[in-house]
Design a binder for this molecule. Sequence first.
Ligand SMILES: Cc1cc2nc3c(=O)[nH]c(=O)nc-3n(C[C@H](O)[C@H](O)[C@H](O)COP(=O)(O)OP(=O)(O)OC[C@H]3O[C@@H](n4cnc5c(N)ncnc54)[C@H](O)[C@@H]3O)c2cc1C
Length: 354
Amino acid sequence: MALLEEHEEVGIPQHCAGMIIKKGCELLSVRVPDEVVQAEPSTVRIHYVGRELEVGLELYIVDRASFDKHLAELAASSGAELLTGHKVLRANRLGRESWSLTTKRGRELRADLLIGADGYKAVSPSWAGLERPRDVASCIQYELELDEEVDTSVIDCFFGSDCAPGGYAWAVPIGERSIRIGLGVRGAPRPAKAYLDALVASEFPRARISRRLAGLVHVGGPIRPSYTDAFMAVGEAAGQVNPLLGTGILSAIASARIAGQVATGALEEGDLSSPRLSEYERKWLELLGPAYELSMATRQLLQGPARGAIEELLAASKRGRIHVAIGALELLVRCPTLLKHALRWRRAGMAFFI
Ligand SMILES: Cc1cc2nc3c(=O)[nH]c(=O)nc-3n(C[C@H](O)[C@H](O)[C@H](O)COP(=O)(O)OP(=O)(O)OC[C@H]3O[C@@H](n4cnc5c(N)ncnc54)[C@H](O)[C@@H]3O)c2cc1C
């Protein structure tokens, strides 16, 4: 098995904020090595139209480059041949169930099965004749050095069209006096950088920028089908990113693992046909589908009719539990579809943390 990576070094350039929910790791039995962890916050402070709400949630903040290197080492120690500096330029079918790949270095490879894991570039599905994921959020991040100590137990998330239209902003601790702050926007009237500069100026006016990172993330939901004869798309190449939060590390790991298991069975049986590989989509949908549906519905709610009622509920959270209960009832009366979403919460269950 060959694992082809276009860059000379795995994980570089880095795009990601590195937030991974611990419950998701437990659910998937994913071990995050200590040496890649930059912080372990236990509270998410949500800022929305001037209000704040604190929610208990245990996370890892990882250095993505180091974490990706760790994953690549795991693959190599399991027998994969890691070929860095090998950008796949194109993949052509040789009959229904095999491929010819050409890399930028001019190397030609033959493969019975192709697993497209090319992330936000998501070109591989088009080689297989599938749709590519849609609805891209533009993201930008700075790493900041601060004069004061950071509360490493908290991450901040900022929602609202003034702050990050069509997306949200985050600030995560990565050291005693350093944070990674960034945001993603969709359909915004100004470039992402303008919103980030405004946020930094208001929240951390004396900070020094030590590093700039930028990237794109697909938040339009997963492609379907995500497989065809001798092909499966995994992770962001298949749009497997939480449409509300833009998180996709654990879902990429989960779907890649399912694809690996299905591939092993299909190769042993000598059947790489589309019907055989449909098991992959059935399994990842079972795991991730309800959580994606819920996230998309919540996103539409936050940006749509329930916005005012949610703002009032957040205001009530400062006045005590009884006010929250009354606010929640008012919200339900104004947005009865919330009941449907509440049922989705039950279905989505723990997978929401992936
Ligand atoms: C700014 C930003 C912040 C984010 N923050 C978070 C977060 O905090 N938590 C979270 O869970 N998710 C986050 N995400 C999303 C997350 O980064 C992705 O969903 C996740 O990395 C998807 O994993 P993947 O393996 O599918 O793709 P990737 O991690 O993008 O990996 C794809 C790999 O394929 C390689 N590649 C691409 N094309 C080719 C080619 N033609 N030939 C060879 N190699 C190729 C790339 O170099 C890359 O190494 C963030 C995204 C952005 C942009």
